[in-house]
Design a protein around this ligand. Structure first.
Ligand SMILES: CC(C)(COP(=O)(O)OP(=O)(O)OC[C@H]1O[C@@H](n2cnc3c(N)ncnc32)[C@H](O)[C@@H]1OP(=O)(O)O)[C@@H](O)C(=O)NCCC(=O)NCCS
Length: 180
């Protein structure tokens, strides 16, 4: 059975294997081997850090902003880590235009099996449970796997604009109504 869970040491070995395959969420970097080894040596510190709240971040426009409340969930079956989804419960001016509420990634060995579509559907249920009625999600125009997952979850294209994350690329911005 597929479910979203908070990061859990029971899936650590599978998570590390996914990282070594090149798993990443959205625009986050693929961690180098040294970083993966550090996580292997001190997994508790890493897992705790995944959902630490507060602090600041500086997006590519160079303006520092407070981090919004969020959670990273893992998509798992009985034995395997499959992917992860980052749910941001509020937007700031930057996220409203460039990043949206949600980012996600599926481990390479499990891509093209419908997991992104399923993970996004489960993520939207969590947003709905928090009474969030309209969700913005962005995807690069040249990442059809991502925008098809959004469209199959009811995403309506709002606009296209130059990507601030990937120079020379175009990002699509979608809205998904989850009220009903
Ligand atoms: C984008 C990503 C999450 C898609 O995951 P996935 O599990 O392979 O996606 P799914 O199997 O659910 O497929 C979703 C749709 O895209 C299609 N698709 C999948 N891979 C595709 C590809 N490489 N090219 C074109 N279409 C593709 C599927 O056929 C499906 O279409 P359908 O709705 O018409 O059936 C995955 O490629 C990934 O992790 N990429 C790196 C991180 C990233 O780009 N994240 C998204 C930005 S937030």
């Amino acid at each position: 059975m597929l479910r979203l869970i908070l990061p859990d040491t029971r899936y650590l070995a599978s998570y590390l294997a996914a990282m070594r395959e090149g798993f990443r969420i959205g625009i986050r970097d693929i961690p180098p081997e040294e970083e993966i080894q550090k996580i292997e040596q001190d997994p508790f510190d890493h897992l705790e850090g995944i959902n630490s709240q507060g602090g600041f971040f500086t997006p590519p426009d160079g303006i520092e902003r407070k981090r919004v409340p969020y959670n990273d969930y893992w998509l798992v079956n009985e034995t395997d880590f499959i992917g992860a989804i980052s749910l941001r419960y509020e937007l700031n001016d930057f996220l409203e235009v460039h990043g949206g509420h949600i980012g996600y990634g599926v481990r390479p060995s499990m891509m093209r099996q419908g997991y992104a579509k399923k993970m996004l559907a489960l993520g939207l249920l969590k947003m709905k449970a928090l009474c969030i009625e309209r969700v913005f999600v962005t995807a690069d125009d040249d990442n059809p796997a991502s925008w098809k997952a959004i469209e199959s979850n009811g995403g309506v294209l709002l606009d296209k604009a130059p990507s601030i994350f990937h120079e020379g690329h175009v990002r699509r911005r979608y809205a998904i109504n989850i009220k009903d």
